[in-house]
Design a protein around this ligand. Structure first.
Ligand SMILES: Cc1cc2nc3c(=O)[nH]c(=O)nc-3n(C[C@H](O)[C@H](O)[C@H](O)COP(=O)(O)O)c2cc1C
Length: 323
């Protein structure tokens, strides 16, 4: 059974919710936790914003968390070659009541992020962030992790991991693509398998894991699921069930809707803005005949009670389709 130590934090379930901007909010992390997710990542948060305008994060609920939101990792993004700024951000989260792990994003491929010498832009010169990571390890009580890719435009992950390990980081997530690869190019999990043999720190595998193929990745310590976990927390239940029983948990036809209703309940007690909430709700409503009709209704909904009415209509539709 899974028992992976990331620093002083024990991860007891194999499935990990990957960081996703706009989606891996506090209520969604709580939902995934209820669905047997072993570790949830926050949305990425800019170190500049955290250090210079932390109050602005309240509006976007990026700092929202709670005791139950654990184990969880808070993801930083920014120019980590700026050691002073980066360490101030680390200090902020280290002293924050919530979040167990501090993660450094060196994988985001968006041009805007790369142009700010951030995300996967940092892979062009990994040496520039090593002293920051080493010092982060020195000052933080919380474990320090890095999420990265195989390289920027060539595979240099073997060199990079060696350098990163030498800083003392506690775990690494590897998205098995280069920064220049589009999502249509398959992830190269065999490279990550080779890395696993060479390095002893926990490796979180990331890239193209789905409900249907997760068991093929079971030799990795932890499995990070991102896109497939959007509106589908059930994937974590499936992973956990498979690990315990070596068989597949079947998905009920009402599962996604039930998960959405539960998300809605959790969100009412741990609110996020309504647009973000609707965008999340849309993720649950797919893969059935007529789903787009309800998705359109969600898009134009204006209140919680509008949403609740739509949930009832969806339930009727799903029951009708089932007959
Ligand atoms: C909508 C969206 C938002 C994302 N936001 C982040 C982010 O904030 N930080 C990060 O490291 N990766 C982010 N990612 C990348 C994913 O976490 C993950 O690395 C990538 O999607 C590959 O994994 P998958 O095949 O399981 O989706 C995002 C991906 C998507 C689709």
């Amino acid at each position: 059974m899974t028992n992976v130590k990331i620093g002083n934090i024990s991860i007891k379930k194999k499935g990990v919710l990957g960081p996703m901007l706009e989606y891996t909010t506090h209520p969604y992390r709580l939902l995934c936790n209820e669905y047997d997710c072993g570790l949830c990542f926050s949305e990425m948060v800019y170190i500049n914003q955290l250090v210079y305008a932390p109050e602005s994060l309240n509006n976007s609920s990026l700092l929202n968390s709670s005791k139950k939101d654990s184990p969880s990792a808070f993801q930083l993004v920014g120019d980590f070659s700026d050691s002073v700024l980066s360490l101030k951000a680390v200090e902020f989260i280290d002293n924050y009541n919530f979040f167990d792990i501090i993660d450094f994003n060196t994988g985001c491929p968006s041009n805007r992020v790369i142009n700010g010498n951030s995300g996967s832009g940092l892979l062009k010169n990994i040496d520039s962030i090593l002293s920051t990571l080493k010092n982060a390890k020195g000052i933080s009580k919380k474990p320090i992790t890095v999420k990265t890719r195989l390289g920027f435009d060539k595979v240099d992950i073997f060199n990079n991991v060696e350098k990163l390990v030498n800083t003392g980081i506690d775990a690494i997530t590897i998205h098995a693509r280069k920064a220049i690869d589009s999502n249509n190019i398959s992830s190269d999990y065999n490279i990550v398998r080779k890395l696993k043999k060479e390095f002893s720190l926990p490796i979180i595998y990331n890239g193209d894991i789905t409900d249907d193929n997760f068991f093929e990745f079971f030799d990795f310590d932890l499995l990070m699921v991102s896109r497939n976990a959007l509106g589908n927390p059930f994937v974590f239940k499936k992973i956990n069930y498979f690990e315990k029983k070596n068989s597949f948990l079947e998905k009920n036809f009402l599962e996604n809707l039930n998960a959405l209703k539960r998300f809605h309940e959790i969100e009412k007690k741990n609110p996020i803005n309504f647009v973000k909430k609707k965008n999340m709700a849309l993720q649950f409503i797919k893969d059935f005949q007529g789903a787009s009709f309800f998705r359109n209704k969600i898009c134009v909904s204006k209140s919680d009670s509008d949403l609740e009415k739509i949930f009832i209509e969806i339930e009727h539709k799903l029951l009708e389709l089932q007959q």
